[in-house]
Design a protein around this ligand. Structure first.
Ligand code: DC
Length: 223
């Protein structure tokens, strides 16, 4: 069974997807991490982010893989061609670069191919932007999480503070707004709920409440 969890930055997607996977003993795939890994490599190689030929070649020739941290239930360590980029892909420079990279057709085609291969494992929670619409349109359950821009900026700032990053709240809001606009207006696979997705507005809901709703949807499938 594939559970697709899509939504914008700060919608709670990652936390919810991980908790649902842990609770159900499912595999877990963070597709945003894959685009981030490609963006990171492009930055390190000094490639212009809009150069589809060169960024496309990086995406087509790399392998993004995941591993478990010791004692962790889910594979949250991220590698590109064997290089551990778990922390590096969360840097603000990657935040700023990733939307441009993720809007390139060749990058998306290469990542979708890797995602379909990884997702072929049975029972998996996959989080992203286009999982229910493009990558696995036949997923048994599609959830689309949203939250108000204020709430999403607040969560993102808290996440950065927890990672020890010096937080500028206005900058966080600006970065979220820019990324939302780029992700939802791009020509290929824009961020939008699948027609058959269950949309949950997580503003004002606790994490437990959101997880409980998702699990309740699943129980309809697996009584
Ligand atoms: O979920 P995230 O913030 O780590 O995602 C990073 C970027 O990757 C985000 O700007 C949108 C893009 N992305 C995408 O285009 N398609 C996906 N399936 C996942 C992420």
């Amino acid at each position: 069974m594939i559970i697709a969890i899509d939504g914008p930055a700060g919608s709670g997607k990652s936390t919810v997807a991980k908790l649902v996977a842990e609770k159900l003993g499912f595999h877990y795939l963070d597709t945003g991490a894959m685009y981030r890994a490609v963006a990171f490599r492009a930055l390190v190689d000094g490639v212009r982010l809009t150069d589809e030929e060169r960024v496309g070649l990086i995406a087509e020739n790399c392998e993004v893989s995941f591993a478990h941290d010791e004692g962790e239930a889910l594979p949250t360590r991220v590698f590109i061609d064997g290089q551990d980029v778990t922390a590096a892909i969360r840097a603000p420079q990657v935040d700023d670069a990733v939307s441009a990279v993720a809007s390139l057709q060749r990058v998306r085609a290469a990542m979708v191919k890797q995602q379909r291969r990884i997702g072929a494992q049975d029972d998996i929670v996959i989080e992203g932007r286009d999982i229910g619409t493009v990558v696995f349109p036949d997923a048994e359950l599609k959830v689309f999480l949203t939250a108000s821009p204020e709430e999403r900026s607040r969560r993102r700032a808290a996440q950065q503070a927890a990672q020890g990053v010096l937080v500028d709240p206005a900058g966080v809001r600006d970065a979220i707004d820019k990324r939302d606009l780029a992700d939802s207006t791009r020509q290929i696979a824009p961020l939008t709920p699948a027609p058959d997705a269950r949309v949950i507005d997580t503003t004002g809901l606790s994490l437990d409440e959101v997880v409980a709703r998702v699990v309740a949807y699943i129980e309809v499938w697996r009584p």
